[in-house]
Write a protein that binds this ligand. Structure first.
Ligand code: F6R
Length: 614
């Protein structure tokens, strides 16, 4: 996730860009940059100093800026290429007359010689080629977008067309604004422009806008002029940063379809195979692996538990999942045929980092699944696979967790494809099921939003209201439902401060069932898998002891619903992908209970987003 901004028709283009970038920092802060159109040339400044990028960018732009006719800016959360100045946007074509800022992922960037490590740079070169053939900037951008695959919102500036910015989008967001004095504005998000205008329009997929002082022209990629949709915005700036949600956690839960879709992007090929070519560990090395360890903490550990089921089932490789803080003290058996996978959204958690270092000393091949490009773990490891959830502000992990499970499922399938333990046709079928997941997550979340629009409490909020005074919760699951139960319990503990135990349902009768009394709330993951019958027998055991039963069930499954006091509905998918859907209502349950109890869900007590102490 990155933030883009553009402005024309104003004496204060540079101020506008810097002010907007500050408001877009929540979308990424690995680097920041601007390109300004001045006297028939482009002037560019960039800084890549992490959270200080914008501050450092301000130091390199002139105090008394040039006469600027138009400008574009960018704040980056790296997904492709290291967070360095060379990879910071705006990126230029060979001649330095075309500058591009981009949010999203271009899938077909290969085959061009690029000066940076970014997928974005290819856009500048394609536009350059079109301009050389005599196209106008708008025609050049249209032609370029017709051949681009992937997700993008982008803005392009050309030295030879003073005052003009051309921008376009597919999937990634882009809004256009119009200032009262004829300023033409654009940004990835409303907050970036709120101080300057309240008149906004949204571009649809595969539309471009030509912004000039006092004018705006929107066309399809075929060049047909269209009327853009105007937006009515009455948010204040803070609400806008949270996308209209009361907090970042709520916003981030609703961003999960995008986080999963972006994590899949470019990795599922049209022929039904998988490509993980940024992994840095060779296919031959992966073929030689004979055992896998996953090391992680907290929510990331739960993602690792799901991976165990998937990797073992599809590859027949034995997998151990270890809590990172325990791993290095238990003298694990490692050699050069062992693959150790660290899972960490921050890539900085010291327990996981140390466990991975221990594994490297034991000659294992070490890789990390991380949401932060060039994090300490990414630099330390032999291999890396990035999740692409964008920055997560809420302390409790939500969208990064779904992206982690997605990445681990991809890794499991990739290993199976490589080692031939799954037939290509089966990989193809599973790839198809994976690709459906963003849409299925959206379905769960859309029901919540629909209720909000009609002023009703949402389906999960209604269940939460009935449970908000309960003090003791049990979360039960079997097979991959077990890590989902653990994650549901952890979310509730973290933000609601309620006791919540996660258990494998079959284990209950070996002790903890003694704690079930009338009024205890038992939340069970009861979506359809081969173990559904057994799960329902365990639910019958707690019902018989007076528990209030809440079940996560597949849409329309009345047989499961009959055994529940409350139901949390989710669509059906392949059983090994079910954790990606089943955990969503449990995140929402914890979220609503915490809010009903008056807690700050973004900043739970005693917790930090990145834990760098042992
Ligand atoms: C829970 C949570 C923590 C983290 C854990 C590991 O919501 O966020 O349990 O999952 O501290 O952090 P990372 O993934 O950054 O290594």
């Amino acid at each position: 996730m990155c933030g883009i901004i553009g402005a024309t028709g104003s004496d204060e283009v540079l101020d506008l860009l810097l002010e907007g970038l500050a408001r877009l920092e929540y979308r990424g802060y690995d680097s920041a940059g601007v390109a300004l159109q001045h006297d028939g040339t482009l002037w560019r400044a960039r800084a890549a100093t992490g959270t200080r990028s914008l501050e450092d960018l301000r130091k390199v732009v002139p105090d008394d800026p040039l006469t600027v006719t138009a400008g574009i800016g960018h704040t980056r959360w790296a997904t492709h290429g290291h967070p360095t100045e060379a990879n910071a946007h705006p990126l230029l074509d060979c001649s330095g007359t075309v500058a591009v800022v981009h949010n999203g992922i271009i899938e077909n960037w290969r085959g061009h010689t690029l000066a940076s490590e970014t997928d974005t740079e290819v856009i500048a070169h394609l536009v350059e080629e079109e301009l050389a053939g005599g196209s106008s900037l708008a025609e050049a951008v249209r032609a370029t977008l017709r051949v681009m695959r992937g997700a993008f919102a982008l803005a392009v500036l050309c030295a030879n067309e003073p005052g003009t910015i051309v921008a376009g989008r597919r999937v990634s967001p882009l809004v256009i604004g119009a200032g009262e004095q004829g300023q033409g504005l654009l940004a990835s998000d409303i907050p970036a422009l709120l101080g300057r205008t309240r008149r906004f329009w949204v571009l649809d997929d595969d539309q471009i806008v030509e912004l000039r002082p006092g004018s705006m022209r929107v066309t399809t990629l075929a060049g047909k002029e269209v009327e853009p949709n105007e937006l009515h915005v009455d948010w204040d700036i803070e609400a806008a940063e949270k996308g209209g949600f009361p907090d970042f956690m709520g916003k981030e839960i609703h961003e999960q379809p995008r986080a999963v879709a972006d994590t899949l992007l470019g990795r599922l090929l049209p022929d039904g195979t998988l490509a993980l070519d940024e992994l840095r560990i060779t296919d031959d090395e992966l073929r030689r692996i004979d055992k896998v360890f996953v090391v992680a903490c907290g929510t990331s550990y739960h993602a690792g538990m799901v991976a165990k089921y998937a990797i073992e089932h599809w590859t027949r490789l034995p997998v151990d999942v270890d809590i990172a803080s325990e791993f290095r003290y238990r003298d694990p058996v490692l050699d050069n045929r062992t693959l150790v996978v660290g899972v960490s959204q921050s890539g900085e958690t010291i327990d996981t980092l140390r466990a991975m270092r221990e594994a490297r000393q034991g000659e294992a091949k070490v890789m990390v699944i991380s949401n932060v490009v060039d994090s300490s773990m990414a630099r330390d490891a032999d291999g890396v696979m990035y999740t692409r959830a964008g920055p997560e502000v809420g302390v409790a992990a939500t969208k990064t967790h779904l992206a982690q499970v997605t990445a681990l499922e991809l890794l499991a399938l990739y290993l199976a494809q490589l080692r031939g333990t799954l037939a290509p046709a089966d990989v193809g079928l599973l790839v198809g099921r994976l690709a459906e997941l963003p849409e299925l997550i959206e379905r769960i979340l859309q029901r919540e939003r629909d209720a909000a629009v009609s002023g009703e409490p949402s389906p999960v909020a209604t269940v939460a209201a009935r449970l908000a005074d309960t003090r003791d919760f049990f979360f039960l699951g079997r097979h991959v439902g077990f890590p989902v139960a653990l994650e549901g319990a952890l979310k509730l503990k973290e933000i609601s401060y309620l006791r919540a135990e996660g258990y494998p349902a079959g284990e209950l009768k070996h002790g903890p069932i003694a704690l079930i009394v009338p009024g205890t709330v038992v939340v069970g993951v009861a979506t359809r898998t081969e173990l559904w019958d057994k799960m329902m027998s365990n639910i019958a055991e707690v019902r018989a002891r007076g528990a209030t039963v809440v079940l996560v069930a597949n849409d329309g499954d009345t047989e499961t619903a009959e055994q529940a006091d409350e139901v949390l509905w989710v669509p059906e998918t392949h059983p090994l992908f079910a954790p990606i859907l089943d955990v969503v209502p449990l995140q929402l349950l914890a979220y609503h209970i915490a809010r009903l109890r008056g807690h700050d869900v973004d900043r739970p007590r005693n917790l930090a987003k990145t834990v760098t102490v042992e």
